[in-house]
Design a protein around this ligand. Structure first.
Ligand SMILES: [Zn+2]
Length: 279
């Protein structure tokens, strides 16, 4: 990131999620492609991953996971921002919103990638809500951040990733609005995820994931296959523009045009509810 006051001519994308490996599961491919398209990539894990071990203590686990997350971000040239909460202490609350809003103002992103509004874990849903409100308030001078950072103008597009398992917490299948074809960067995405060494053992024990890298690949392949595409994809739903910019402000589609596959007509008047279907 440029020092304060020094202009940065690259547009910025912020991937803002709950835990140290969440970006790598559902949005790293899109982040890599946006970086290739000229965006300065930023990664923020709001929580520290401190519960991600059955053998090491919370402090040790958080320290190890911070190092892993930094290495993963570095591997694609992304700037990593340190966590501000502990796992399962990530609530939609005044304290965290003011702290996260300060981070968002400093970055002043054009695109913010967030988790699904309905996902299997509460931390993920709270992270999504915090990221949305921190972005919503970035141009409001009367909102006081912690530490104080001046309001940052300019429009921003917010995009929600797919939920873990491609289903909402009530097991309903979630359909994306569009896919990003990540076939050509799936190797780099896998390398990023593999940086999270500590999670190999933990996810095997806690979620019966034999190989978390294979689980990520399978989810990306299933999504592509669902729409008749070969290879791997990440799915996205763009948040309603109200409060964030003009309706036609769509920098992600503009930047990744050739890698975008539309899953349904881009009809802003269509009622979709939470995007779930009962298929
Ligand atoms: Zn997570």
């Amino acid at each position: 990131m440029n020092p304060p006051g020094e202009p940065c001519d690259r547009p910025r994308v912020l991937a803002c999620v709950a835990h140290p490996d969440d970006v790598e599961f559902v949005m790293a491919g899109t982040l890599i492609l946006l970086a290739e398209a000229g965006y300065e990539p930023h990664v923020m894990n709001i929580a520290d991953g401190s519960l991600g071990s059955t053998s090491a203590g919370a402090e040790e686990t958080a320290g190890r996971r911070l190092a892993e997350a930094r290495a993963a971000a570095e591997s694609i040239g992304a700037i990593h921002h340190p966590p501000i909460a502990r796992d399962l202490e990530l609530f939609y609350c005044d304290r965290l919103l003011r702290r996260l809003a300060a981070v968002v103002r400093r970055i002043n992103p054009t695109i913010v990638l967030v988790q699904a509004p309905f996902d299997y874990m509460e931390d993920h849903m709270n992270a999504s809500r915090l990221a949305v409100s921190a972005t919503f308030s970035k141009g409001m001078p009367n909102y006081r951040t912690d530490p104080p950072v001046d309001a940052a103008g300019g429009p921003c597009a917010v995009c929600h990733a797919m939920p873990h398992g491609l289903r909402d917490p009530l097991r309903r299948r979630v359909e994306p609005e569009f896919l990003v074809d990540i076939t050509r960067c799936i190797g780099r995405k896998a390398e990023m995820l593999a940086c999270h060494h500590s999670q190999r053992e933990f996810l095997t024990q806690s979620q019966a994931m034999d190989s978390f890298v294979e689980t990520m690949r399978a989810m990306a392949a299933e999504l592509a296959n669902r729409y008749g595409l070969a290879g791997y994809a990440e799915g996205w739903r763009r948040r309603l523009h109200l409060g964030f910019g003009e309706e036609d402000f769509d920098p992600l589609r503009d930047a990744l045009g050739e890698s975008i596959y539309e899953c349904e007509p881009n009809d802003s008047g269509k009622e979709q509810g939470d995007g779930s279907s009962d298929e």
